[in-house]
Design a protein around this ligand. Structure first.
Ligand code: SAH
Length: 216
C-alpha cells in the first residue's frame, strides 16, 4: 500500500518474527503482510504495533504478540470454504486475519465496549465476512454452528463443552488451557465424533471469564 507508512515495518515483522520462527504457510504470511496491525492498537501505541510483544488495548486486555496470532492461525489450517468461531474478539486483529483466510468469522467478546469498537473497526476496513457479538463465548455462538475451526484467545481451566459440541466433524480447535499464569496451547480435532487432543506450546493469555468476571 503506497500510502501506508508502516508497510516496511510490517514486511519486516513477517520476515523476522513469523517466517524466521517457522511460520511457513504462504497464505498465512500473506494475511499478516496485508492486515494493518497499527489500526488495531490504541493510537498511542501505533509506533509499537509491529514489535514482538502483546500490547494493551484497554479494559485490562491485550492484543496478542504477532507470532502467537500467526501460530494459532496456522495451527487451524483453515481455507476459503471454512466457517470459524473466535472467542475473545479484543481488538479484532485475529478476526481480521481469519477474515482474509476464511469464508466467515463469528467472534464473541464479553466486554461490550471492546466488541463495539472492534465491530466498527472491522466494518470500516470492509471485513463484511466478520461478525462480532457481545456475549459470553464460553457458550460459543450456537446459531451458526457447526464450525470448521474454533480459536479461543482467552484462557479457561478446561475446554468448554459448548465449544466441543459446536465443532464440526473434521474441525480443529486451538485453545490455551490451564492455570491462571501457566497454560498450554492445546489443539483438538474432531474425528468420528471424538476429540483428539495435543498440547503444543506453553503460553500466557488473559483469563476467560463469565459476566461477573469470574474465571471459568
Ligand atoms: N483476539 C484478540 C485478543 C484478545 S485478548 C485480538 O486479536 O486482539 C482476549 C479477549 O477475550 C479479551 O478482550 C477479553 O475481554 C475476552 N474474553 C474474556 N472472557 C471472555 C468470554 N467469556 N467470552 C468472550 N470473550 C471473553
Amino acid at each position: 500500500m503506497m500510502d501506508d507508512p508502516y508497510a516496511r515495518e510490517r514486511a519486516q515483522m513477517v520476515r523476522r518474527q513469523l517466517k524466521a520462527r517457522g511460520i511457513g504457510d504462504p497464505r498465512v504470511l500473506e494475511a499478516f503482510r496485508k492486515v494493518r496491525r497499527h489500526l488495531f492498537v490504541p493510537e498511542d501505541y501505533r509506533e509499537l504495533a509491529y514489535t514482538d510483544q502483546p500490547l494493551a488495548i484497554g479494559y485490562d486486555q491485550t492484543i496478542s504478540q504477532p507470532y502467537i496470532v500467526a501460530f494459532m492461525t496456522e495451527a487451524l489450517s483453515v481455507d476459503k470454504s471454512d466457517k470459524v468461531l473466535e472467542v475473545g474478539t479484543g481488538s479484532g486483529y485475529q478476526a481480521a486475519i481469519l477474515g482474509e483466510l476464511c469464508r466467515a468469522v463469528y467472534s464473541v467478546e464479553i466486554i461490550e465496549a471492546l466488541a463495539d469498537s472492534a465491530r466498527r473497526r472491522l466494518s470500516k476496513l470492509d471485513y463484511d465476512n466478520v461478525y462480532v457479538r457481545t456475549g459470553d463465548g464460553y457458550q460459543g455462538w450456537p446459531e451458526h454452528a457447526p464450525y470448521d475451526a474454533i480459536v479461543v484467545t482467552c484462557s479457561p481451566t478446561h475446554v468448554p463443552s459448548p465449544l466441543k459440541a459446536q465443532l464440526a466433524e473434521g474441525g480443529r480447535m486451538i485453545i490455551p488451557v490451564g492455570e491462571r499464569y501457566a497454560q498450554e496451547l492445546v489443539t483438538l480435532r474432531k474425528k468420528g465424533g471424538e476429540l483428539v487432543e495435543t498440547s503444543i506450546l506453553p503460553v500466557r493469555f488473559v483469563p476467560l471469564v463469565d459476566e461477573k468476571g469470574k474465571r471459568y
